[in-house]
Design a protein around this ligand. Structure first.
Ligand code: C2E
Ligand code: CA
Ligand code: CA
Ligand code: CA
Length: 274
């Protein structure tokens, strides 16, 4: 039995070593990649819970490295941040998204993820605004998603950046709400337009009284202070039914569609299957 246990330890260490060398390989691949060629955007519908109508799409970055294969944005965005390339990537992706969204039906909004680093300077934010000005998409149809964690890195700077974006006319959503440490008072002082409830609260919403209470009160509070709520990560009809009873109005998740390539958006809107 002892030997087996030792064997288990060795296998575990082997897996850890493999994971570490994968991380190293990914970092190396990132530094030599032709990022503008290899990174693309997928789009996930954001829908009206009651009518099922598509209200907008969230752009999600996809990197297929020629050397290490597909790498999730959860893995490469942090690498882009600490190698100082995120600003360049954000601007490149924003230009691409604006080109791809140009033929969407009027009123369909584009939701676009920003990293914490994209909010740290006024100049950086002004460059994003300049890109939107140069594009063909109405700023009122654009929503930037920022995470609670990004806001908390420097609340004052984040507030100034959000204010600047709002002045220009784009919406700003607080992403992954409930997973960070922002207090409601800090959120309240930001000119946000939307809150996105993190999918961790949706996963067990049919069984967890705590998740139900949290989601119900966030929905009520948001409606009170005039914020739109998007509930993320809806995967089952059961979850959708619970959310409907709670008064949720806008949802996103695999139940409606997985993220799809830009070329599929038109087809999907016309009722095609993806
Ligand atoms: P996020 O902004 O919270 O995006 C939602 C993530 O949940 C996406 O993962 C999406 O594919 C996934 N998702 C959507 N519906 C469901 C569902 O029903 N169930 C489950 N299990 N997952 C669902 P993805 O595309 O891998 O992105 C991961 C994270 O990477 C994003 O989380 C976002 O923080 C970051 N990210 C993605 N694209 C960009 C980007 O262009 N720029 C920046 N700065 N970050 C990005
Ligand atoms: Ca997001
Ligand atoms: Ca999210
Ligand atoms: Ca997330």
């Amino acid at each position: 039995a002892k030997r087996q246990r030792r064997g288990g330890t060795i296998i575990f260490e082997g897996a850890q070593a493999l994971e570490m060398s994968r991380q190293k390989a990914v970092e190396e691949a990132f530094l030599t990649a032709n990022l503008t060629e290899e990174i693309s955007l997928f789009y996930q519908p954001i829908v009206d819970l009651v009518s099922g109508r598509c209200l907008g799409f969230e752009a999600l970055a996809r990197w297929i490295s020629l050397t290490v294969g597909p790498v999730s944005p959860a893995q490469f965005v942090p690498i882009a941040e600490h190698t100082g390339r995120i600003g360049f990537i954000t601007r490149h992706l924003l230009k691409m998204a604006l080109e791809q969204a140009v033929n969407w039906p009027a009123g369909t909004f584009l939701s676009f993820n920003l990293s914490a680093n994209d909010l740290t300077s006024r100049e950086g934010v002004l460059r994003l605004i300049a890109i939107i000005e140069a594009g063909q998409v109405n700023p009122a149809s654009i929503v930037f998603e920022i995470t609670e964690t990004a806001v908390m890195q420097d609340v004052e700077q984040a507030r100034a950046s959000v204010a600047l974006l709002r002045q220009f006319g784009v919406g700003v959503a607080l992403d992954d709400f409930g997973t960070g440490y922002s207090s409601l008072s800090q959120v309240h002082n930001m000119p946000l337009t939307k809150l996105k409830i993190d999918r961790s609260f949706v996963q067990n919403i049919e069984t967890s009284a705590a998740s139900q209470k949290i989601v119900r009160s966030v929905i009520a509070l948001s409606q009170d202070i005039g914020l739109d709520v998007i509930v993320e990560g809806v995967e089952t009809e059961g979850q959708a039914a619970v959310l409907k009873r709670m008064g949720a109005e806008v949802v996103q998740g695999f139940l409606y569609s997985e993220p799809m390539p830009a070329e599929m958006v038109q087809f999907w809107l016309e009722g095609g299957q993806t």
